[in-house]
Design a binder for this molecule. Structure first.
Ligand code: NAD
Length: 497
């Protein structure tokens, strides 16, 4: 499907108490990575607006907490129907503002809907547990809402990352404050529209557009009890520190530098497709994208694999098979990183700086483009080996054995994902055990766990405990009340009861 890039700026708004209202702060323009043109604008939310929206959310949440789980879930079923009905329209808008190609825009939303389906299933899970601890005395767990929770999201997944948390947090009885990325806020209005149509009571989803100041006002508000964050490591750490210093529960997911270990016994076809798609998908702007390829063994045993990776990556057409980079400045960052690696002795096997848009893509000439780039002979510890570049660049490091490869993997500060391509289960197991990441893949280039398995990294890729989705997210988005009950006097009363 060909993309529709808005030609008139869309006015993006806050969504507060069921209404779309413009913020009163400064104006921010939204640029499409496809053509470099302004496609939207919004006004940031002032501290007063943030405070009022959170107070209203707090009042709405008190009523929401009284609504039985199964009734809350009915609204979430409607939400799912609406998202599926509007899938193409929402995907189009996401792509226009984030630079994704259409299939990626659609896939991200579908992954978000999978998390929604996990939330729908909560109504059928035993989330309590009850034991008679002594005669006539029972103890039980009751899962109760946290209250008002907040989430701050990045540009690269305008629907999927918010959808990791919106359905679970709302279904568990919380009110949800959402600060979308200032680079891709348009999608947030579509998601708010869908929840409004689904019947979500006013005040339970408050969307506040803005930047740093809006985020800080949200974190600082007393009524906000739990804060989720997804974005770069530096900001994740700052949000984590600010929230936890106020005694709040914070789970802040940061950046990544993901490794793929290529062993000579890997299926060349699987490796070619999996590794190429991993570093080029979403133009490398995924926290799960492959960034470093650790090639193990003698070069003659892995040349065929590398040829397949190059063949697939070089066949991608810009704007058709691979999307654009979020900003023009980021394209310059990527060019500089390639030049720096080259100056340090890297061999450029595929040079995305030279990739041109097709003749039929003239309308995108002003966009933010770079093609897939593969750099060989990268040195461990160099910028290309250890810094998150966030673009379609694959850095190859040659290693004599798995131990050397995993030593390099372990030396990087991040800890999101690591994959291995091999046909040997024992060697795969070795990599799984040695990887210093929260997520590991075997013959899978982007090892995103699917529901009901939780998503989350470790080390500099995550600040806080637990995971943001799946079973391990429930303790973050709710509290467990421990209740001990006795209804009759017992003859054998003991010291505990
Ligand atoms: P970013 O850190 O620049 O922005 C994320 C959010 O933080 C935005 O909403 C932004 O407005 C806000 N923000 C920016 N500066 C702030 C400040 N000083 N104080 C408070 N809030 C601030 O990230 P981005 O460029 O939008 O997204 C890309 C990054 O996100 C990459 O590093 C990528 O790896 C990471 N990411 C991680 C995951 C994950 O699951 N670990 C998922 C997606 C993206």
């Amino acid at each position: 499907m060909s993309l529709i890039i808005p030609t008139e700026p869309i006015v993006c708004k806050n969504f507060v108490n069921g209404n779309f209202v413009a913020g009163k702060g400064e104006k921010v323009q939204i640029t499409s990575p496809y053509n470099g043109k302004i496609i939207g604008e919004f006004h940031t939310s002032t501290k007063n607006e943030v405070d009022k929206a959170i107070e209203d959310a707090s009042n709405a949440q008190k009523l929401w907490a009284e609504v039985p789980l199964k009734e809350r879930t009915k609204i979430m079923f409607n939400f799912r129907d609406i998202l599926l009905r509007d899938l193409d329209v929402i995907a189009q808008l996401k792509c226009a503002e984030s630079g994704k190609i259409f299939v990626e825009g659609k896939a991200g939303l579908l992954k978000g809907i999978e998390v929604l389906e996990f939330a729908l299933a909560l109504q059928n899970m035993d989330m309590g547990g009850k034991v008679e601890v002594s005669r006539g005395v029972s103890c039980e767990y009751r899962r109760v809402p946290v209250g008002v929770v907040a989430n701050i999201t990045p540009f690269n997944f305008p629907a999927m990352v918010p959808m990791w948390t919106i359905p679970i947090a709302l279904t568990l009885g919380n009110a949800y404050i959402w600060k979308p990325s200032e680079k891709t806020p348009l999608t947030s209005n579509k998601i708010a529209e869908a929840l409004k149509e689904a019947g979500l009571p006013n005040g339970l989803l408050q969307v506040l557009q803005g930047t740093k100041e809006t985020v800080e006002a949200i974190i600082d508000h007393d009524a906000v009890k739990a804060i989720g964050f997804v974005g770069s490591t530096q900001i994740a750490k700052a949000v984590y520190d600010r929230g936890t210093q106020l005694g709040k529960r914070v789970l802040a997911l940061g950046g990544a530098k993901n490794h793929i270990v290529l062993l000579p016994d890997a299926n060349p076809e699987m490796a070619g497709i999996g590794i190429s798609d991993s570093f080029t998908g979403c133009a490398g702007q995924r926290c799960m994208a492959a960034s470093v390829l650790l090639v193990v063994g003698h070069p003659r045993d892995t040349e065929k694999h590398i040829e397949k990776i190059i063949a697939r990556a070089s066949s991608l057409k810009l704007g058709v098979d691979m999307g654009a980079i979020i900003t023009k400045q980021q394209v310059t960052v990527l060019h500089d990183a390639i030049a720096k690696a080259e100056a340090a002795g890297a061999k450029v096997l595929l040079d995305g700086r030279k990739t041109k848009l097709g003749d039929d893509m003239a309308e995108y000439a002003g966009g933010h483009w770079i093609g897939p780039t593969i750099l060989d002979n990268i040195l461990p510890g160099s910028q290309a080996a250890s810094v998150e570049l966030f673009g379609p660049i694959l850095s190859i490091i040659r290693c004599k054995d798995i131990s050397e490869a995993m030593k390099i993997e372990n030396s990087v500060a991040y800890g999101n994902a690591c994959s291995v391509f091999t046909s040997n289960g024992g060697l795969a197991e070795k990599v799984i055990k040695m990887a210093s990441t929260g997520m590991v893949g075997v013959n899978v280039g982007v090892p995103v766990p699917r529901e009901p398995f939780s998503f989350g990294g470790v080390n500099a890729s995550k600040y806080g405990h637990g995971d943001i989705t799946g079973e391990h997210s429930l303790d973050f988005w709710s509290n467990v009340k421990k209740v001990t009950i006795k209804w009759e006097i017992q003859n054998d009363n003991n010291w505990m009861s």
